[in-house]
Design a protein around this ligand. Structure first.
Ligand code: TYC
Length: 102
């Protein structure tokens, strides 16, 4: 829909805006048992990180307790969390992954 301007004869239009989806941060939590190399592998495999960024994120989580793997729409974030937790359990690692509104 558009509104015609008045006064100057200049026509302005208000664009109908489609809603942007809410975004969710996927967070990785530190623990004392999961090997560092396994966490790097997770970040490469499920979050499409290169080896350097993956190592950087892993060390951030190791030192600070929590870190951001990526920001996604709800369904994608939920799928990543499930994939990380399932894959970690299959390898007997206690790695925890969660999501929160951005
Ligand atoms: N703290 C773990 C260790 O010393 C490494 C680790 C890093 C575990 C990040 C989980 O999300 C994590 N082996």
């Amino acid at each position: 829909g558009g509104q015609g301007g008045t006064g100057t004869g200049v026509i302005t239009k208000t664009k109908p805006k489609t809603q942007k989806p809410s975004m969710y941060k996927v967070l990785l939590l530190n623990d004392d048992y999961t090997p560092m190399e396994f966490v790097v592998h997770i970040l490469e495999r499920f979050f499409n990180k290169g080896p350097e960024e993956a190592a950087q994120i892993m060390l951030h989580v190791h030192q600070h307790g929590v870190g951001i793997c990526g920001v996604y729409t709800y369904e994608v974030a939920e799928t990543k969390v499930t994939q990380v937790v399932d894959f970690s359990r299959q390898h007997q690692h206690p790695l925890q992954c969660t999501m929160e509104r951005d």
